[in-house]
Design a protein around this ligand. Structure first.
Ligand code: ADP
Length: 488
């Protein structure tokens, strides 16, 4: 395998910063690429929490040239690995607490366009080896709208490296008013309907979709879906035009972090061979969230952003009926205030059955994965989804909608699939509360048949979605990008 120099760029990377699946991917894919003997560097913004978590840092560039304000580059290691990390330290833009995209009021930071344009300009300098780091990447791998301007800026440059852009969620596009384009001093050549313009405004994500040598998204099914008006978010035309450059590569998961046999954050380890520890985790979960410790009652878990994409409105509509039965539901998430309030209110009516924790809590997330019997993801769309993959490994049977990566990873418990032993979960089609309710009923019927349930659990725990295979697909993607770059 040839060694490439890969600059991996993201706006978050676990364990330095994580708000969702992008953070998981950016914290594990570069490490997997490194273990395939690639020369990989990760670059992210130096948010306040990142600086606090990063450990030892070295100043490698005290003042990046060409910026009107101080922009420094710090170098360290991604905690828990030997991966080299560069942090773009621009205090005026990134030295802020909490969520990297939202202010304390839960709204986007008003200067997000300036923040991620500055990040893009800094990364472009590193990608051109103009940051004094003595390292010239062959490929720059950009992720989501926060990195969208990078391929566009580099496209202007005759000696640039190849660029790859990965869509983790097409619904988040980085759209700003036209005035932002002039404020940001972007090259005028980028302003056209074939460039960064989108319905009269500035679209960051188009910078990636239009200008990157190769595109990818995080599951094969979502790669097909985004070519249609239903899932394309207005970009299906552009994506169809570039479909020959688009690959769907399923996310892997980091089984060092997410495996019940060695998970340090759960009450007791367990494996497919010996499931006894799962019962201990269930009891620990019930106790932790204040529900009755009842081994026989099925526990349904949910972790995630409380937004319409995740189908939480469907859950809200079906929960009152689900809670008529002997079940417990444990939810962890944050998001739209109306959903947070509605679930908290429902909890007050069902304190013995429903536990809702609003916020972000890595430790509780692991306990839910290990202690719940089922895990629900009724998403309207789901580019890949990670929690259903974690659930499979924890023997926590996923109940998912047939969309995006959910349908690439979960095998429905149809009579045929049960007979062949391939069933790993319950999959439903329609994005409606009755369809979700029917899926819950189907899962509960299976739960009350212990032998069948055990078979599903064992089949799900055998699934392997480790990064190694996906990382090899990314190497193919990089090689194609390099080939297109050279032939251009
Ligand atoms: P998305 O990226 O759309 O939010 P994914 O399923 O791809 O959804 O990834 C979500 C990741 O973020 C998972 O690792 C999940 O466990 C984690 N996560 C989401 N919300 C929370 C939360 N409130 N507390 C802890 N972890 C969370």
């Amino acid at each position: 395998m040839q060694t490439h120099k890969i600059l991996f760029v993201a706006s978050e990377a676990h364990p330095l910063m994580k708000t969702g699946g992008l953070g998981d991917v950016a914290g594990s894919l570069p490490v997997a690429l490194k273990s395939l003997r690639q020369d990989v560097r990760l670059i992210i913004p130096a948010y306040r929490d990142v600086l606090a978590r990063a450990g030892k840092l070295t100043l490698v560039n005290p003042a990046l040239a060409g910026f009107s304000e101080p922009v420094r580059i710090l170098e360290g290691k991604l905690p828990g690995s030997t991966l080299k990390v560069w942090l773009v330290d621009a205090p005026a833009w990134f030295d802020r607490p909490g969520n990297p995209y939202l202010g304390p009021d839960g709204k986007d930071w008003p200067d997000n366009a300036q923040r991620f344009a500055l990040f893009a300009n800094a990364v472009a300098a590193v990608a051109r080896n103009q940051a004094g780091l003595d390292w010239q990447p062959d490929v720059v791998h950009c992720n989501d709208w926060q990195c969208g301007l990078i391929p566009a800026l580099l496209a202007q440059d005759a000696t640039r490296p190849a660029t790859v852009f990965t869509i983790h969620n097409l619904a988040y596009q980085g759209l700003f008013p036209v005035s932002a384009f002039t404020d940001l001093n972007l090259p005028p050549a980028l302003w056209s309907p074939e460039g960064l313009e989108f319905y009269g405004g500035l679209s960051f994500i188009k910078g990636g979709l239009v200008y990157a040598d190769m595109l990818s998204t995080v599951s094969p099914n979502y790669a097909r879906e985004i070519l249609t008006p239903e899932y394309g978010c207005g970009l299906e035309g552009l994506l169809s035009h570039r479909a020959g450059r688009l690959m769907g590569i399923l996310n892997g998961v980091d089984y060092h972090e997410w495996d019940p046999q060695r998970d340090a954050l759960i009450a007791q380890p367990y494996s497919a061979r010996d499931l006894s520890g799962k019962a201990a985790n269930k009891a620990a979960l019930q106790a932790r969230v204040g529900l009755p410790v009842a081994p026989e009652i099925p526990v349904i878990g949910l972790i995630g952003r409380l937004v319409e994409q995740k189908g939480v409105d469907l859950l809200l509509a079906s929960l009152p009926e689900v809670l008529q039965q002997p079940v417990q539901v444990v939810m962890l998430g944050s998001g739209e205030k109306r959903f947070e309030a509605a679930f908290t209110d429902l909890m007050a009516h069902h304190p013995q059955q429903l536990a809702v924790q609003i916020g972000f809590d890595e430790e509780l997330a692991h306990l839910i994965e290990s202690g719940a019997d089922m895990f629900v993801m009724p998403s309207r769309f789901e580019p890949c989804g990670l929690n259903q993959i974690y659930s499979l490994r924890y023997g926590t049977v996923p109940i998912v909608r047939r969309t995006g990566g959910l349908s690439d990873t979960v095998v429905d418990a149809t009579p045929d699939n049960l007979a062949s032993g391939s069933a790993t979960g319950v999959v439903f089609d329609e994005a409606s509360a009755p369809a979700l309710l029917a899926a819950f009923q189907r899962a509960l019927v299976l739960y009350w048949q212990p032998l069948v349930w055990q078979q599903i659990i064992r089949a799900s725990m055998r699934q392997d979605f480790s990064w190694r295979r996906s990382a090899k697909h990314y190497l193919e993607l990089y090689e194609q990008a390099i080939a297109f770059r050279l032939s251009a």
